[in-house]
Design a protein around this ligand. Structure first.
Ligand SMILES: Nc1ncnc2c1ncn2[C@@H]1O[C@H](COP(=O)(O)OP(=O)(O)OP(=O)(O)O)[C@@H](O)[C@H]1O
Length: 461
């Protein structure tokens, strides 16, 4: 339970008393002047300050500047007499949260305070979560929806049996890597290493030596001292194999042997090595299709999938969208040193009603862009590009023929735009299954992934 403290700074005693009496749920400190408030701030920093503008001595606007200089994140609600409205405008420009006009109407003051405290609550929640992640070494997995809570519950249970492999299935960007980290950190092996390999990112010929290592002189070009493989590096911990569907056949056979016996052969070795490693694998491909097509060993599929964790797409758990967006807002604001307290209501409505082909990764990209481009304290839809980018509704596949006038045309940019539309549409039709999406477009899976990474995920060449 989060608790809040606030200062009310007003020279009129009955206003101070009214605020104290009407806000029983909060710790309220009543102060009669700006000077007293500055003194009190040396002992205690509240969440919110209600600050009268017409104070004797140092006035409210001067005090606002002084306090902001010391505590830039502080939220203020200014209290003003009606005729002070011009001064209020000046104060609003200094970034105060809101203002109320005397005589005070307690109901509307309470509503204003509640709104301000809501943004503080979110800030505190994110901070508490981030601190927990740091101290407990937990991956920051925001899990509001019952679907992800169910996934995390399963993860907690299976993490306890470090001999059981875990297979994580889900569309790209749903958080499979985070879940793999959660399996590791909640397991008895959490003090051991967590070693990851993206099987799609390495040329097939290199995967075996990367995973199992090689002996000195195993092949021409081998390092003189040989090489330790990832299996050996992960001993006593967890090996995470991302995009496991891309594992070439020889590596599949060796992995199966390792899972069955705990033994492996380095390339060029005559005697086996031994390592105790928990294997967690993930894929966004349909492994059953790969098995049916003879591209993935059935026995390995069964062995890896002793425990299957299915991560639903973000579109299937809309309750997660805003909590995850707020989590990223806190993270990005800290990363870029910017002061954001939340989203505008319109930005929240647009975020919540949008569909996410790229799942959480796409949402993260939107918020990051917003934080970079926008100015605080509330992040607007425009800064995230939500106005120009019409939400993908699954209908249009891209622009029609762009006009070619005497000024010419950026043909490659236009073609990329069309391709981007088709890639997105195919992914949507295939419900995020990249193997199926590639088939729909008559593309080879690897070409599809390469083009998707470049055009949809913006990951460059
Ligand atoms: N529930 C969540 N809470 C917070 N961050 C999340 C959550 N889910 C995903 N993310 C973040 O979204 C990004 C994409 O997640 P991740 O890399 O785990 O996806 P993935 O399913 O492994 O994707 P791919 O299949 O493309 O490898 C990461 O930055 C991750 O930290």
């Amino acid at each position: 339970m989060l608790d809040y403290s606030l200062f009310v700074v007003d020279d009129e005693e009955f206003i101070r008393d009214a605020v104290v009496m009407n806000l029983p749920g909060y710790r309220v400190r009543a102060l009669a002047s700006a000077e007293e408030a500055l003194e009190a701030l040396k002992q205690e920093v509240p969440d919110l300050i209600l600050l009268d503008i017409g104070l004797p001595g140092m006035d409210g606007v001067q005090a606002l500047g002084r306090i902001k200089a010391l505590h830039p994140q502080m939220l203020f609600i200014m209290i003003t007499a009606y005729e002070d409205v011009n001064t209020v405008v000046a104060a609003m420009k200094q970034g105060v949260y809101d203002y109320v006009v005397k005589p005070l109407h307690m109901e509307s003051l309470k509503a204003t305070i509640d709104n301000a405290l809501e943004s503080i609550r979110l800030r505190k929640e994110v901070k508490a979560l981030q601190e927990r992640c740091l101290t407990e070494n937990l991956p920051c997995m925001v899990a509001e929806s019952h679907q992800i809570q169910g996934v995390m519950e399963l993860v907690k249970q299976v993490a306890q049996s470090p001999d059981a492999p875990v297979l994580i299935l889900g569309e790209t960007g749903t958080g499979k890597e985070l879940i793999a980290a959660a399996v590791h950190y909640q397991s008895p092996l959490h003090r051991g290493p967590l070693v990851a390999l993206n099987c799609a990112a390495l040329p097939k010929e290199l995967i075996e030596s990367e995973l199992f290592g090689y002996e000195p002189g195993a092949f021409s070009g081998a390092r003189a001292g040989g090489k330790k493989g990832l299996v050996e590096q992960a001993a006593g911990g967890t090996l995470f194999l991302d995009e496991v569907g891309d594992l070439p056949p020889e590596a599949q056979a060796k992995l199966l042997r390792f899972l069955d016996s705990g033994q492996y052969y380095k390339i060029g070795a005559t005697r086996p090595g031994k390592a105790k490693v928990r294997v967690v694998a993930a894929t966004n491909q349909d492994l059953e299709t790969l098995v049916a097509e003879g591209r993935f060993r059935r026995d390995l599929y069964f062995r890896l999938g002793v425990v299957k964790v299915e991560v639903p797409s973000l579109n299937r758990r809309p309750e997660d969208v805003l909590p995850i967006a707020r989590h990223f807002l806190g993270e990005m604001a800290q990363k870029y040193g910017k002061d954001f307290t939340g989203f505008t209501p319109r930005a929240e409505a647009l975020l919540a009603s949008r569909r996410y082909q790229g799942n959480v990764r796409e949402l993260k990209g939107l918020v990051e862009r917003g934080v970079l481009v926008g100015t605080g304290p509330l992040l607007e839809a425009e800064a995230m590009g939500l106005d120009q980018a019409a939400p993908p509704d699954g209908g249009e596949a891209g622009p029609g023929l762009a006009p070619l006038g005497p000024q010419g045309l950026d043909l490659s940019g236009t073609l990329e735009e069309v391709e981007r539309g088709y890639l997105g549409r195919a992914l949507e039709l295939a419900q995020g299954n990249e193997t199926k999406a590639a088939q729909l477009l008559g593309m080879n899976y690897h070409t599809f992934r390469y083009r998707k990474k470049k055009l949809l995920d913006g990951e460059g060449e």
